[in-house]
Design a protein around this ligand. Structure first.
Ligand SMILES: CSC[C@H]1O[C@H](OP(=O)(O)O)[C@H](O)[C@@H]1O
Length: 353
């Protein structure tokens, strides 16, 4: 079964409403940039790559309907700025906005409005295929790197949040590594954390694993250290929302403590992320803006209160893992690199062995 988080054809975009999973499979129509903004902000669609892809596809849908009239560049700029403001930590939307804006301005020098719209739509549609191709490379590079340390046996992975087909255009990043290991017949089991408070692990990763027959065990976030000690974990592999120049990485809250626990237990800790999730303009994790989400997302589930009324809440959606704790490496579509090698790798000065 191929899970489709994003359904797109020229002029039409639908997203799988992830707030309703796993109990209800329902697709929402995205007819405008504003629809996409609201879907991203409410986390009907989430995951760094998926946010950028859905945001940009919503722009393609409006452009196909002639949006922007005689001045599509202004419409494109305003739309991308609005979409980028929906969720500040993941870099993918902001990076796509910057690159697409540069492309559109260059194209506008020699194309009329209609030709420009077509050209920008083609640029956006290419994101879908690129993301899936990147993820398959990430999966294969990551699987080979992990297996290189375990020549014959099957491996056991621990992962956090959801980094699969529901967070990307397909296949996934960290969960893509798990898929590649499974496809090679070398995955013994993946332990997935429930990932409070949105429960990406229990609702989404578990959903993907069960759907595809991937051997998976759900654990609570608080069981992660015990699982690392007791379950012979070969590697911890997580995704990323923003990897910065020195390799510090913002990812779902709880990642930082997983990295500390992995270090304590001598288990290699990997970050799996396409280059579209990397931001060399920031020197270190101190520069990353961490999104703080509404208290209700922590004090209730499906509208049912689970915390004492009146309690104050701190609900950061992400935390930053220092590069020193990313001991296995950063798995990209270009290869697996140590944090200290990342800049050279992303700027073409270093290639994977
Ligand atoms: C493909 S990496 C997805 C990345 O995004 C998730 O955050 P959210 O569910 O809030 O969008 C999480 O940090 C994952 O690692």
């Amino acid at each position: 079964m191929t899970l489709e988080a994003i359904r797109y054809r020229a002029g039409s975009l639908q997203i799988l409403n992830q707030l309703l999973l796993p109990h209800q499979t329902a697709y929402d129509e995205i007819r405008s940039v504003q629809d996409a903004y609201e879907a991203i902000k409410s986390m009907k669609v989430r995951g760094a790559p998926a946010i950028a892809i859905v945001g940009c596809l919503s722009l393609a849908v409006e452009l196909r309907a002639g949006a922007g009239g005689d001045d599509p560049v202004t419409f494109i700029r305003e739309s991308l700025c609005h979409l980028t403001s929906a969720r500040p930590t993941a870099v993918n939307m902001g990076r796509a906005a910057r690159e697409l804006m540069e492309f559109a301005e260059n194209e506008s020098m020699e194309k009329n409005s209609e030709q420009l719209r077509e050209s920008v739509i083609a640029w956006i549609e290419a994101m879908l295929e690129r993301d899936v191709n990147d993820n398959r490379k990430i999966g294969n590079y990551g699987a080979q790197h992990i297996l290189s340390g375990v020549p014959r046996d099957s491996v056991t992975i621990l992962t956090h949040c959801n980094t699969g087909s529901l967070a990307t255009a397909g296949y996934g990043t960290a969960l893509g590594v798990v898929r590649s290991l499974h496809a090679l017949g070398r995955l013994k089991r993946v332990y997935c954390t429930e990932t409070r408070p949105y429960n990406q692990g229990s609702r989404l990763t578990a959903y993907e694993a069960v759907a595809e027959g991937i051997p998976a065990t759900l654990i609570t976030d608080s069981m992660a250290a015990l699982t690392m000690r007791e379950m012979n974990i070969t590697a911890v592999v997580v995704g990323a929302d923003r990897v910065v120049a020195n390799g510090d990485t913002a990812n779902k809250v709880g990642t930082y403590q997983l990295a500390i626990s992995a270090k304590h237990h001598g288990i290699p800790f990997y970050v799996a992320a396409p280059s579209t999730s990397c931001d060399l303009s920031l020197e270190s994790g101190r520069d990353i803006v961490i999104e703080v989400r509404p208290p209700e997302e922590l004090t209730s589930i499906n509208g049912v209160p689970i915390a004492a009324p009146g309690i104050e809440v701190w609900n950061p959606a992400f935390d930053v893992t220092p590069h020193q704790l990313i001991t296995g490496g950063i798995i990209t579509e270009l290869g697996v690199f140590l944090p200290s090698e990342l800049q050279a790798a992303l700027t073409g000065r270093l290639t994977a062995l």
